[in-house]
Write a protein of this length. Structure first.
Lengths: 111, 115
């Protein structure tokens, strides 16, 4: 059983469409991070959210941290082929803020 | 500036052999983490170093796995008597500090294949 449930696992959409990826848990996290990973590379940090209810925007990407700091969402507006990749949510908890990762969402944006 | 670097990028080894994987964190980062990424398990925490404190080894899957960090910088992850289930991508991440700073920056990983 994943501590962080991420959905959907796979998403294939047309360029210009909007999408949302969800990350849910029954546990509270001190922060939640979103990463994007390309094949053969390590995850690249997109954003960190710390405060319950926090919303951060990064160009066409909007990240939200739930009020109770147990869940988060990533919304992409007008997806582009360059957005294709593996998106990972990760919650920080415990000594050293070790990360617990969701299973990931493979996004494919077709032109 | 330079990011986290890892070597080798790929390692193929025979079952039963020992392997060493190296991580060079971002200069000045006091916290260093090792994670493992495999198809069945996703990304999972292995071990955490913070400055000169004793490492948090709570994620190591067996006593065949060990890691050290010399001089508060470079880290080496050693897997003894490798098994096929050890095949995975081993990722290293560093952070300015493990407590106050939440951002972790990952290296490109070492893909380990045990035949």
């Amino acid at each position: 059983t994943q501590l962080l449930e991420q959905s959907p696992q796979f998403l294939s959409i047309q360029e210009g469409e909007n999408l949302t990826v969800y990350c849910n848990s029954s546990s509270v996290f001190s922060s939640l991070q979103w990463y994007r990973q390309e094949p053969g590379e390590g995850p690249v940090l997109l954003v960190t959210v710390v405060t319950g209810g926090e919303v951060k925007k990064l160009k066409r990407l909007t990240f939200q941290f739930g009020d109770a700091r147990k869940d988060s969402s990533l919304h992409i507006t007008a997806a582009q082929p360059g957005d294709t990749g593996l998106y990972l949510c990760a919650g920080a908890r415990g000594y050293g803020n070790k990360l617990v990762f969701g299973a990931g969402t493979i996004l494919r944006v077709k032109s | 500036g330079a990011g986290v670097s890892q070597s080798p990028s790929n390692k193929v080894t025979e079952k039963g052999k020992d392997v060493e994987l190296r991580c060079d964190p971002i200069s000045g980062h006091t916290a260093l983490y090792w994670y493992r990424q495999s198809l069945g398990q996703g990304l999972e925490f292995l071990i955490y170093f913070q400055g000169n404190s004793a490492p948090d080894k709570s994620g190591l899957p067996s006593d065949r796995f060990s890691a050290e960090r010399t001089g508060g910088s470079v880290s080496t992850l050693t897997i003894q008597r490798t098994q096929q289930e050890d095949s995975a991508v081993y990722l290293c991440a560093s952070s300015p500090d493990g407590g106050g700073s939440y951002e972790q920056y990952f290296g490109p990983g070492t893909r380990l294949t045990v035949t």
